[in-house]
Design a protein around this ligand. Structure first.
Ligand code: KG4
Ligand code: ZN
Length: 341
């Protein structure tokens, strides 16, 4: 079965073709980052308008790169939520219209299920059951995964998502958007011993997390340095390093607890922040110690992309699941509301 996947929940337009027998056939991405960069964050209205401009050309380009005609496609998968309402509506309207015109089934995909299943696109894919640490710009969850659609959320953030904390840290330091890659790049030059940042909520039982306190600590450290006249790049780098280490350590402690609680030996890390080098290193080390294994998507599939949507939609269409023609997007869709397959 060949499925066309369409992602448009935030600031990337992603289109891909996935074949359930041959794997990924084509994958194209258009990033809106330069459009939003001058505003320091995503401007929803600009995002929707740009998705409308780019979706059709990108779909045509993807089909042409794969040398496939619309007739050879068996279904269309698109991101139905969660995300920005206008951006989701742009993608779902295009996907639904094409499905109607080409007489193909369409499937609305949960964006976070797409992220969660992205490591399945790699040659070394994880097997169920596993613990998934889902870390993106809008979500931070520890999920017990028994199969597709069989999710139990063991831990969540009480305030900011990890990606959001990275983005806000970059903004506070005047480093630009999106913050994650910039902070982690600068952290490479940072001294790991200059600052010690707190590891939030590790002394409390359970798997919930909180990152707003860490954000405030980061701001106060920067303001204190500035008050002493120190606004050097080295100080920014040292702060980025301390921040990144605190985040990685906190996530590692929570994952270790989740593995102990469930007895699982497989950890999947996905979502935009899973591209982070320090977090990957610490979690890989943890899994070696636990005699288990950690799985990640390739860096390009950590952040938003069409391939993960094509993959997730293909699994559901293959299982015979369908949807009616009502294309309403669902910006607040819960992962636990998904049906199992
Ligand atoms: O999954 P994603 O592309 O979009 C959402 O679904 O939110 O994640 C975007 C988030 C942003 O907050 C971005 O700063 C963060 O992922 N991110 C990173 C890195 N690359 C992207 N955070 C830390 N380190 C990175 N290398
Ligand atoms: Zn995402």
């Amino acid at each position: 079965m060949i499925v066309l996947g369409i992602e448009s929940s935030c600031d990337e337009t992603g289109v891909a073709l996935y074949d359930t027998e041959q794997g990924l056939i084509a994958d194209t991405l258009y990033s809106q980052v330069p459009i939003h960069a001058e505003y320091g964050g995503v401007v929803p209205e600009l995002a929707s308008r740009d998705h409308i401009r780019k979706l059709t050309p990108l779909i045509l380009q993807t089909l042409s790169e794969a040398q496939l005609s619309p007739q050879s496609i068996d279904g269309i998968a698109y991101t139905k939520g969660p995300g920005l309402m206008g951006a989701l509506l742009a993608g779902s309207a295009v996907a639904r219209s094409l499905a109607y015109a080409w007489d193909k089934p369409a499937m609305g995909v949960h964006h976070m299920e797409g992220h969660l299943l992205a490591p399945m696109l790699e040659s070394q894919a994880p097997e169920f059951p596993f613990i998934c640490l889902l870390i993106s710009g809008g979500h931070t969850m520890i999920v017990k995964v028994e199969g597709i659609g069989r999710y139990e959320i063991l831990g969540d953030t009480l305030d900011d998502a990890v990606g959001e904390a990275f983005d806000k840290t970059a903004k506070m330091l005047g480093l630009g958007y999106p913050g994650g890659p910039i902070v982690s790049q600068l952290a490479l030059k940072g001294d790991p011993n200059r600052y010690q940042f707190p590891r939030p909520m590790i002394d409390r039982p359970g798997l919930d997390m909180s990152f707003s306190g860490l954000k405030t600590f980061t701001l106060n450290t920067w303001l204190a340095a500035k008050a002493k006249g120190d606004e050097s790049e080295q100080t920014q780098a040292d702060i980025c390093r301390a921040f990144e280490l605190a985040v990685a350590d906190t996530l590692k402690i929570k994952c270790k607890r989740a593995l102990k609680q469930t007895g699982y030996k497989t950890l999947v890390v996905a979502g935009g922040v899973s591209a982070n080098r320090e977090i990957r290193q610490q979690l890989t080390k943890l899994m070696e110690k636990e005699q288990g294994q950690a799985f990640y998507p390739r860096p390009a599939f950590c952040t938003d992309n069409g391939a993960m949507i094509a993959y997730a939609g293909a699994q559901r269409l293959l299982a015979g699941q369908t949807e009616d023609l009502n294309f309403a997007a669902n910006p607040r869709w819960q992962l636990t509301d998904l049906p199992p397959i």
